[in-house]
Design a protein around this ligand. Structure first.
Ligand code: SF4
Length: 376
């Protein structure tokens, strides 16, 4: 399969691993930003191909994982209203709020529906004129344009019973917040390929220059990751720090202009509370005033108060690369994908969920490893 099989070849991965081993003279800590990349790293056992001196840290690029508790509580409160149909993606229904998740709200009688696109929610709004249909919209710059399109379409159709409960976030500000933190460990980033398809790479160039850090934009197949690690190591070992676009089959320097245009039409930049990480300035998207009539928070007028995550959950430290899931005392005990205590155990892109699924219960040297890249 074009663009899949050619990025999963074991022999090439092994050759890259040898190059990385030969070039590495000291320990380096590299963070992959995107949860999809984390999934690939765990699924294909990529860490087990790398020398011990290369440590991969798993960043905050899972939108489900960083949606704050209080927004889940707001979604639950809206869903419980008899006139509301609340729609979202399946993962969001299982994220714990302070008292319950959306699945529990549904079990208690709320009309909560799983959809695969915001247009599904729009179709429900067209069908049920006597109900208020709320789409719980989460995601990074990658998914935000599609949700913005749904709002624009609702406006065009004159649908007054459709709104978005918006939890969109932007990646570069949270990377900057990690880099600016006094306990930062990150020495290079594997940049989020799908986000850069929309935004382009210029914001990353500013970040790289400001913090003198290599950023290698990469895709999501095993060889994308291996090559990104190799390019990070090359830069680190030679004292370079620049942005390299290693996902040029999808990412253009300027990104996707129509997608960026609709983002700025529907959304405005705002400060945002990230679950486990706290408030990051200018890192979120809220509905702008021109779309106020489609903003669920304004329509339902629910006040949000910051709510703390479970006291045992260390997902904030995991998302900053300071800890690994197996260092959490509840990992695989009280906290499993069936009984998640924190959001990073819910999504298929969540670090804790991936460590659990692929059996990574111990540090690398003690671990037998997960699946291996298979030659196809
Ligand atoms: S294992 Fe569960 S409780 Fe521990 S950090 Fe991960 S999500 Fe939080």
């Amino acid at each position: 399969m074009k663009y899949v099989n050619e990025f999963r070849q074991l022999e090439i991965a092994q050759r890259l691993a040898e190059k990385i081993s030969r070039a590495t003279t000291k320990p380096w800590k590299i963070m992959e930003v995107c949860g999809g990349q984390t999934h690939t790293i765990l699924q294909y056992g990529i860490e087990d191909l790398l020398p011990d001196s290369i440590e991969l840290l798993h960043g905050p690029g899972c939108p489900v994982c960083v949606t704050p508790v209080e927004l889940i509580d707001t979604a639950v409160a809206i869903a419980k209203r008899s006139e509301v149909i609340l729609c979202s993606y399946g993962d969001m229904l299982r994220v714990p709020g302070s008292e319950c998740d959306l699945l529990s709200a549904r079990a208690a009688g709320a009309d909560v529906r799983t959809v695969y696109s915001p247009l599904d929610a729009l179709a429900i709004a067209q069908k049920y004129h006597d109900r208020k249909v709320v789409f719980f919209a989460v995601g990074f710059e990658t998914t935000a344009p599609a949700n913005a399109m749904a709002a624009r379409q609702a406006k065009r159709l004159g649908l007054s019973n459709f709104s978005l409960l918006c939890s969109h976030v932007a990646v570069p500000p949270v990377m900057e917040s990690i880099l600016g933190s006094p306990d930062n460990l990150i020495q290079a980033f594997i940049g989020p390929g799908h986000v850069c398809c929309i935004t382009g790479v210029e914001e990353y160039e500013l970040l790289s220059e400001k913090y003198n850090i290599p950023i290698v934009i990469a895709g999501f197949e095993p060889l994308d990751i291996m090559n990104a690690v190799w390019q990070c190591v090359r830069q680190l070992e030679s004292g370079q720090a620049c942005v390299q676009n290693e996902y040029s089959r999808a990412v253009k320097r300027k990104g996707n202009a129509p997608a960026m245009s609709i983002l700025s039409e529907v959304f405005a930049i705002s400060d945002k509370n990230w679950r486990g990480l706290g408030v990051v300035p200018a890192s979120g998207f809220r509905m702008n005033d021109g779309y106020a009539e489609f903003d669920a928070e304004r329509i339902f007028g629910l006040s949000r108060q910051t709510v703390q995550d479970s006291s045992v959950c260390i997902s904030g430290q995991i998302l900053k690369g300071l800890k690994k899931p197996y260092e959490c005392p509840e990992f695989g005990r009280q906290c499993t994908p069936e009984t998640p205590l924190g959001a990073t155990m819910v999504s298929s892109e969540g670090t804790c969920a991936n460590y659990y699924k692929f059996g990574k219960f111990q540090p690398k040297k003690l671990c037998d490893g997960a699946a291996e890249i298979t030659s196809v």
